[in-house]
Design a protein around this ligand. Structure first.
Ligand SMILES: [Zn+2]
Length: 276
């Protein structure tokens, strides 16, 4: 199966009420664990590379992601997560990514539109869909549902129209990493967004959201869900469970790979990700 784009894996999800997981990784072992899970279930996947310190080694990771996608028997989207600049997006495009997220959500609305439009203009000639974020999905450790930058549904409709993006990351009470307190999803905001925006919607900060909320969120029209922290915590649990004296690079590698695989499998089932 060849490398896929968001346009090939997400619209069916929204129409048929299932989601495709977008799993971040920061080393090859984590990536292999994710790929093990999608091979076993024969389901599409969005393999996410975060813009951060890993970008220094993009020239090593990009070929590895592309090779994993080409080897896979399922559609694999090779995606930049939270691109911070036009330059980062350009570098990933040139490295062969099939999908780009630009995150200018900390900027004022007009600036977010301007930057996002630039990235869409860069990607369009190569038929590469773009994800962008409106409202702001902050960090779980700062989480406060009463003081939160929700996506404004009317602004969201205007943003999609003005930028030409293919997927919209929404802030509906979700946050990255481990949540301080319990996540509180604002369903009224999500409902209004789904009424006004027809492109696929993305939920960041999926780790720690209860299963019942996920089911509801997906039925309402979210078709891409980003997960990293839960995979990392599962791997850490497995590392700690290694018997004293048996911890070495091989057992550690196996703990990380199997941890990422196990938690990805669980999410695929929960999201009811369908084979294409
Ligand atoms: Zn995110």
């Amino acid at each position: 199966m060849a490398i896929a784009t968001l346009d090939q894996v997400l619209p069916q999800g929204r129409a048929q009420k299932y989601a495709v997981g977008a799993y971040d990784f920061m080393n090859p072992t984590m990536m292999l664990g994710i790929m093990d899970a999608v091979e076993e279930t024969r389901t599409p996947v969005i393999l996410q590379f975060p813009d951060g310190q890993c970008m220094d080694d993009l020239d090593i990771y990009a070929p590895a992601m592309i090779a994993a996608a080409k080897k896979a028997s399922v559609p694999v989207v090779v995606h930049l997560d939270h691109g911070k600049s036009l330059d980062a997006c350009r570098r990933c495009l040139e490295a062969g990514f099939s999908s780009i997220m630009i995150d200018a959500s900390t900027q004022p609305y007009d600036e977010n539109v301007r930057i996002t439009r630039e990235v869409v203009a860069l990607c369009r000639p190569r038929n590469i869909p773009v994800e962008a974020e409106l409202g702001h999905v902050g960090q779980g450790l700062d989480y406060d549902p009463d003081n939160y930058q929700y996506t404004d549904p009317k602004e969201a409709a205007a943003f999609v129209e003005a930028t030409g993006i293919s997927a919209l990351a929404v802030a509906i009470g979700n946050a990255h990493g481990v949540y301080r307190g319990k996540p509180r999803i604002n369903y009224a905001v999500l409902e209004e967004i789904t009424r006004l925006v027809s492109i696929p919607l993305v939920l960041h900060g999926g780790s720690g959201i209860p299963d019942e909320d996920f089911k509801k969120i997906i039925k309402m029209g979210v078709s891409k869900i980003n997960i990293f922290t839960e995979l990392a915590l599962e791997a850490a649990d497995r590392l700690r469970a290694i018997e004293k004296g048996k911890l070495d690079v091989f057992s550690a590698d196996e703990a990380v790979r199997s941890g990422f695989k196990a938690r990805t499998l669980q999410k695929i089932r929960l999201f009811e990700t369908k084979s294409l």
